[in-house]
Design a protein around this ligand. Structure first.
Ligand code: NAP
Length: 452
């Protein structure tokens, strides 16, 4: 990969990059099929990604006609990196085996190692014979909707396609590596004012939040609507707050520490709730929810936000869903994409139907939605929420930090990029967007959150 990195760092032409040899193996972070039982008998919270994630050489897969090899400069940790590395709720090898049965190209994925990672920025090295819109040398970011457009169901909303998958989670050859192979319809132009690592953190969480809040496929927020955002400085929440502000809404952010509350205010979110300081106990025991706690929370939401929220941005799941359904405004919508604290959900249905609320499901984003989010980032309207930067060798540690909720925003990972701060090709635009805005989470984390 050294020749490739040298060519990228010396701004080699697309033709020169196309002429470079693609190596037969590359460095990657992966989990192993023969270790899926390694955490048996251990509580979820104690399962340690540092034990299950390995970094080493893996063979380069062949390239399909609709695909591209990308030299990965940087990537990021997503919560699916955590799920894969603790083998919950299922080991991901079942996904790879199913893909393997679909076609001869699909069979490449069914291996005994799973290269993880669902975000990346980098440089296109080669494209397959059917790729039209990208070419070697292009600087790109990669979104994770892996979809086969031969399926008719992919042509309305590709997230509803029968064989829609998340790259690097339900497919192999993910982004936490020096090289990846992706479908050409996962590629997007890299915003020129961002470093490699800033450009690598946005696609998965940003596009998911975009669909949840902005797209007609989920809650299509209107100007002036109040949006209650759980985990408002987390991966999804950090983009949600910005999208609400940018779209003329009023965010009401929930976080769990004074430092996160300060960061949220710095982002321009005036209505802030520190859930830890308030000590909410929505569940009095494992099986019983406490409606008086929902009421206490609802009162606080009105107090800081001025009214009940038209939209609740849900992802913690079991711990919060009862409260989320309760506090949403009459006629409001609870938009959910996840269930970090448990997916068997319980809420009081009377609060839903009597007050004509809706629960709206959402999952990642189609190519158009991801492209639109990338355009907002490219314009500077939305900025990356990158906090700390890790090396590829430390992916296990970074995943552990996310698993233990000891992070803010997004954790970036340097892959081929040898150091932080490289990759900006439009410094004037960077200056216009503003260094302070672009580095807000990074500066805050360096001051408040230990990286190790
Ligand atoms: P993250 O960076 O860990 O942020 C989540 C935030 O939620 C945390 O910072 C925490 O904030 C808050 N939180 C966690 N547990 C909570 C609880 N029990 N009660 C209240 N708040 C809680 O993770 P993320 O990247 O935002 O992802 C969140 C979830 O969404 C994960 O389960 C992930 O797998 C899922 N996800 C789904 C999609 C999709 O396409 N369907 C896409 C992205 C992510 P505070 O501690 O500050 O309150």
């Amino acid at each position: 990969m050294k020749d490739i990195l040298d060519a990228i760092n010396s701004d080699a032409s697309g033709e020169d990059i196309a002429a470079l040899e693609v190596p037969g193996s590359y460095r990657a972070a992966y989990v192993r099929r023969d270790e899926v039982d390694m955490f048996e008998g251990i509580a979820s919270a104690d399962k340690d990604p540092r034990k299950s994630i390995h970094v080493g050489e893996v063979p380069t897969p062949e390239l399909g006609p609709f695909e591209a090899y990308v030299a990965v400069m940087a990537s990021s940790i997503n919560f699916n990196t955590v799920w894969t590395s603790i083998f919950e709720p299922l080991p991901t090898f079942g996904f790879l085996d199913r893909l393997g049965r679909e076609s001869s190209l699909g069979a490449r994925h069914a291996l005994d190692h799973h290269v993880i990672g669902s975000d990346a920025s980098g440089v296109v090295l080669r494209v397959g014979s059917s790729v039209r819109n990208f070419k070697p040398g292009d600087h790109v970011t990669i979104h994770c909707n892996h979809v086969d457009d031969q399926d008719p169901s992919a042509h309305n909303d590709s997230m509803k396609a029968a064989n829609q998958r998340i790259w690097g989670f339900e497919t192999n050859f993910g982004g936490l590596a020096d090289l990846t192979v992706v479908r050409a319809n996962q590629l997007m132009p890299k915003p020129a004012h961002l470093t490699w690592e800033e450009a690598a953190v946005n696609a998965l969480c940003g596009s998911t939040s975009y669909r949840m809040l902005v797209s007609n496929n989920a809650s299509s927020m209107k100007q002036g609507e109040r949006v209650l955002i759980w985990g408002a400085t987390g991966g999804l929440g950090g983009y949600a707050v910005q999208l609400v502000l940018n779209g003329g809404g009023i965010p009401i952010g929930v976080v769990s520490s004074p430092a996160k509350a300060e960061l949220l205010r710095e982002m321009g979110c005036e209505a802030v709730i520190d859930r830890k300081a308030e000590g909410y106990r929505f569940w009095s025991d494992e099986n019983t929810q406490d409606e008086s706690e929902w009421r206490r929370f609802g009162k606080k939401v009105r107090e800081v936000g001025g009214d009940d929220p038209e939209i609740v941005f849900e992802h913690p799941g079991r711990h919060t869903m009862g409260a989320s359904v309760f506090v949403a405004k009459r006629g409001g919508r609870i938009v959910t994409c996840a269930a970090t604290s448990g997916y068997m959900i319980e809420y009081d249905n009377r609060h839903l139907w009597m007050k004509l609320k809706q629960i709206v499901s959402s999952h990642f984003a189609n190519y158009y939605e991801a492209w639109e989010m990338n355009r907002l980032i490219d314009s500077g309207a939305i900025v990356p929420i990158m906090s700390h930067v890790y090396s590829l060798d430390d992916v296990g540690l970074a995943a552990w930090k996310v698993h233990k909720n000891q992070h803010e925003g997004k954790l970036a990972v340097l892959c081929l990029s040898p150091e932080e701060g490289l990759g900006v090709t439009d410094p004037e635009k960077r200056e216009k967007v503003g260094e302070d805005r672009l580095t807000m989470f990074h500066r805050h984390a360096l001051k408040n959150v230990p990286a190790a």
